[in-house]
Design a protein around this ligand. Structure first.
Ligand code: ACK
Length: 995
């Protein structure tokens, strides 16, 4: 009956309700259809339960006469209907939520007679997830209900008659995430219903391009509220600006675009893609908005240019942006003018005529020092000492001051103009203009380094270097000094021709400030910066305080001419004696000489312990750390170790100890060395640190000398030093000996073995004590009458080092120390050779008596051997003093050229054009060389000036007559000859050397 009922209405229904259908249907772009009954060709053949009398498949025609499948059921008259219709297995194809769109018609129960209680107007929709696509029967219990679907519209008989469309469309969605696919089922519980079409689909967010990033077709999430985060990828010829991202919403809409991409350089955005810039355009950076026309003086021939190329002759600097026009280097600076002021010059110029389209023009100044000969000009770069203000390169202003130039010198200055493209435009592109100038005379630059040596309580010697830029011949130095505390309220001035001066009459333990300046014909230069030196302290009572400084000033500043004249007279009258008898034999005089400290013989003390405690500091033995034995002395071992006195830093020391079982005399003799040493304070005398007398063994602690004794040291380093180094060592010894002689101390055993050398090659006189010469020197020998020399019995003498008068009758004086010093010189220059080699002592004494003297060691400078011979004068009064020796060595150090001539030379630097009248230490030629005026050698020789004496007669008129017309040369000749005569006053001799 149900079937009949349905049939009663069905034909009419289909005609009026069907929407257009076709096999090819158009769906919304964000929906992917999994099943559409209207596109299925042939029968659907879905499973139905019961298979008979329930859902029935009915094929009908749509309005286009295309057959479609429908399912119908209309068991409205029978109660307890439970008719199931199940679709085929639908693969979910990645979908997570599927939509079921059901189009159906439903008969209004009220329009059916006699169905009350049995007729329903709804049906139920179920789903069941499954991997299985062949489930044969409908297992109702495995289905989950999606919803009860009621019709929005139902129709009646009347409706049908009116042909009003009553098709219902209901859509339900369901999450399907657990299996590969699912089944849908429709449960009818007693309605009159026709399922006209069923469509199953899921939603996607379709492929899209947003902000130049492509986002792929994306299946929506499982829940209605879920958002799927999707990362986009940049379109061709673009790069990521910021990670492109969007969210795919459940309804298939893209939401919240973030980030995006930018077209690469050379490309611009057009219609969501990146297109190449056309020729004549460029885009430099991806962030640039779009392609831009090439800037002036540039072009791009190809598409996709990132920068435009410069036209020929135009350039772009590395730092120029691509948007900047191409430019050119500047032309040369213009109108360069120079204003010379002594040794500086102001250069000014006008900017180049063409700046090349840029505003970064800068200038640099090249400085060349030029010498012009008749044919050519030779220019070399100026030294780094030339100053440029504000700078030499990178100048923005068109003016520079060049200073510190040499006086009277030709310079060429080249001003280069350049800008940012000078380099890019190639070498030589810097345009330039030049000017040549000659500097004027200038005063000398300041002296930059001053040293103090021979510092005593009342005096010191200053040494300094010639100024870096003398700017002419230096005629004189002026030394200004004052007590630091006094500032410049009262100062003293000394003048000297040499680069050293002995400053005397100073107060002890006082800091003095010294300034030195040089004078040339152009006047005085600036004073040097201040140099501070302190005088020494003195533990002794003074006999007469202070040397008369006024006298010293008078003598040094060379009130001169008067003195010189008397000096000249003196020289002539003393021609046979080169060295005056000033200090020899003068121990008594010393006591009378005010201001000179003398040494006190510790044996004059009744109690020798009193002397030791007056002159030596007692050291706590706990502050001494003995490390190793370094030798054997007469009284016991010599060790090295460390001394730490409280409040002072730890120092290395040598420790001499007195071996056990000593006699009183030995104790006294041992300690006498410390009592003597303790009185001395000089950089070339070994320094006493103190003594240990309060416990045993007794010790004498002195400074440690790393290189040990000089003779062994030289033997070890045979031939390894320069002559200047050797002379430096000799100078140190002479300085120490001068100090000792000034203190009236006679050493008696001066020999290289008694000189100690520290790590700085500083030589210090050591080995003091009164009995030692007679006792502890292995070189000391008893002399006998067989030598032809008389002496009191019992004394032992180091024959090879001792002057004949000391050997003969024990006349030990500073002059005999000078003899020994001559032997030390020989030892030093021969690198520790034994004097008189293996001759025996008697033969040595005999040979000396007969006039034999040691010959010059190999490579010995003539001047040094001459000085040795002077020290070995038979007459002790004819020997030089240590002060003279020191002066001589200083002079040699200052003029190292004079050391070049050795006995082995076949020819000397200076070849005399006329025989030297007097073979003094300076020939006229050498002397002229030392003052830089050897050019006048022939002129002076031809005029009969063949000795330094004769040069004293030189006057300005005489020099004018001889053609020596340069005023500064005249001045220097006169000044220098006076100076030389002063220093030679006591140091000139014309004697042959007996060999
Ligand atoms: O030639 P040398 O190494 O130097 O051997 C002798 C040894 O002790 C015996 O006199 C060395 N000597 C003496 N006094 C000192 C010192 N103050 N510093 C270093 N070595 C010293 C000397």
């Amino acid at each position: 009956m149900a079937a009949n009922l349905w049939r009663t209405f069905s034909a009419t229904i289909w005609i009026i309700t069907l929407v257009s259908s076709s096999r090819t249907r158009i769906y919304p772009p964000n929906e992917v259809t999994l099943l559409d009954t209207r596109t299925v060709p042939g029968e659907l053949k879905w499973a139905a339960s019961p298979s008979e009398g329930g859902w029935e498949e009915v094929s009908i025609m749509d309005e286009k006469n295309i057959p479609i499948r429908t399912y119908q059921v209309c068991n409205v008259l029978e109660p307890n209907q439970n008719n199931w219709l199940r679709t085929d297995w639908i693969p979910r194809s990645g979908a997570q939520r599927v939509y079921v769109e059901v189009k159906f018609t439903l008969r209004d129960c009220n329009s059916l007679p006699g169905v009350t209680g049995t007729c329903k107007e709804t049906f139920n929709l179920y789903y069941h997830e499954s991997n299985e696509d062949r489930e044969s029967y409908i297992k109702e219990s495995s289905f989950i209900k999606v919803d009860t679907v009621a019709a929005d519209e139902s129709f009646t008989q009347v409706d049908v008659g009116d042909r009003i469309m009553k098709l219902n469309t209901e859509v339900r969605d369901v999450k399907v995430t657990t299996r590969k696919g699912f089944y849908l089922a429709f449960q009818d519980v007693g309605a009159c219903i026709a399922l006209v079409s069923v469509r199953v689909f899921y939603k996607t967010c379709p492929l899209t391009i947003r902000n130049l990033a492509t986002f792929p077709d994306t299946v929506t999430g499982a829940d209605t509220s879920s958002l799927v985060e999707v990362r986009g990828s940049c379109v061709n010829q673009s790069e990521e600006r910021e990670e492109p991202k969007m969210y795919c919403g459940a309804d298939g809409e893209w939401l919240v675009p973030i980030g995006g991409c930018l077209c690469n350089p050379g490309y611009e955005e057009k219609g969501g893609a990146c297109k190449a810039c056309p020729a004549g355009f460029y885009k430099a950076k991806s962030s640039d908005a779009g392609c831009t026309k090439c800037p002036p003086h540039s072009h791009s021939l190809r598409e996709g240019a990132t920068v435009c190329d410069c036209h020929s002759g135009f350039f772009r600097a590395d730092t120029d942006p691509p948007s900047m026009a191409c430019t050119q280097p500047p032309s040369a600076p213009q109108q360069l003018i120079s204003v010379v002021n002594e040794t500086s010059v102001v250069l000014e110029w006008a900017p180049p005529r063409r700046l090349g389209g840029r505003s970064d023009t800068s200038y640099s100044v090249e400085c060349l020092i030029c010498q012009t000969s008749s044919h050519s000009q030779l220019c070399l770069p100026c030294g780094s000492d030339v100053l440029f203000s504000p700078s030499q390169t990178g100048l923005k202003a068109t003016r520079v001051v060049v200073s510190e130039l040499r006086a009277h010198t030709h310079y060429t200055f080249i001003v280069h103009a350049r800008n940012g493209v000078s380099q890019a435009s190639g070498a030589g592109a810097a345009q330039s203009v030049s000017v040549s100038i000659t500097t004027n005379q200038a005063a000398p630059s300041p002296v930059t380094s001053i040293q103090a040596t021979d510092v005593t309580r009342h005096s010191l010697s200053l040494l300094w270097q010639q100024p870096d830029r003398p700017n002419g011949v230096i005629l004189e130095y002026e030394v200004k000094f004052y007590e630091k505390d006094q500032r410049e309220r009262s100062y003293r001035i000394m003048r000297t021709f040499s680069r050293s001066v002995d400053v005397t009459g100073l107060n002890p333990l006082t800091v003095y400030v010294f300034h030195v300046r040089a004078r040339t014909a152009a006047g005085y230069g600036e004073f040097s910066a201040p140099f501070e030196f302190s005088t020494n302290s003195d533990p002794f009572p003074l006999i007469g305080e202070g040397v008369n400084s006024a006298f010293l000033l008078l003598s040094v500043s060379g009130v001169g001419i008067l003195l010189l004249i008397s000096a000249a007279v003196f020289i002539i009258s003393r021609r046979r004696s080169k060295y005056s008898k000033t200090k020899q034999d003068s121990e008594e005089e010393k006591h009378l000489n005010p201001g000179v400290k003398i040494y006190v013989d510790p044996f004059t003390y009744e109690d020798p312990d009193q002397a030791i405690h007056e002159f030596a500091k007692e050291i706590d033995v706990s502050s001494i750390h003995i490390e190793k034995v370094i030798g054997m002395g007469e009284f016991g071992e010599v060790c090295s170790g460390r001394l730490r006195v409280q409040g002072k830093r730890e120092i290395y020391v040598a420790i001499k100890s007195l071996k056990a079982g000593y006699s009183d005399k030995q104790r006294r003799d041992f300690l006498s060395e410390a009592s003597i040493m303790g009185q001395f304070d000089h950089p070339n005398i070994i320094r006493l640190e103190g003594v240990v007398t309060r416990c045993k063994p007794l010790m004498i602690i002195t400074e440690y000398m790393e290189n040990g004794s000089l003779d062994a040291f030289l033997r070890k380093h045979d031939g390894q030093f320069t002559v200047i180094q050797l002379v430096g060592m000799l100078r140190g010894i002479a300085s120490g000996m001068k100090y000792l002689s000034d203190m009236s101390y006679v050493h008696r055993d001066l020999a290289a073995r008694n000189i100690l050398v520290n790590s700085n090659l500083v030589c210090k006189v050591s080995d003091f004590g009164l009995s030692r010469v007679l006792e502890d020197d292995p070189e000391a020998a008893y002399t006998t009458r067989a030598t032809g020399t008389y002496l009191s019995p019992g004394g032992k003498i180091p024959i090879r080092w001792t002057a004949p008068e000391a050997i003969a009758y024990r006349k030990f004086t500073t002059a005999s120390d000078v003899w020994s010093y001559g032997i030390v010189m020989w030892e030093v220059v021969s690198y520790g050779e034994r004097p008189y080699w293996d001759m025996n002592n008697q033969d040595v004494i005999k040979a000396i008596e007969e006039g034999y003297r040691l010959p010059a060691p190999m490579d010995c400078p003539v001047v040094l051997h001459q000085l040795m011979l002077d020290c070995w004068e038979r007459e002790r009064a004819d020997r030089p003093t240590f002060s003279q020796i020191l002066n001589m060595l200083d002079k040699l150090i200052r003029n190292p050229g004079t050391l070049r001539r050795t006995g082995g030379d076949s020819h000397s630097v200076c070849v005399s054009v006329v025989p030297e009248v007097c073979v003094s230490e300076w020939s006229v030629c050498e002397w002229l060389q030392s003052i830089g005026l050897e050019r006048y050698r022939d002129t002076l020789a031809a005029a009969g000036y063949t000795s330094l004496d004769s040069l004293l007669a030189l006057t300005h008129q005489e020099m004018d007559r001889l053609g020596i017309i340069t005023p500064s040369h005249q001045d220097i000749l006169i000044a220098s000859v006076q100076q030389e005569m002063l220093s030679q006053m006591q140091h000139m001799q014309c004697s042959m050397v007996p060999v």
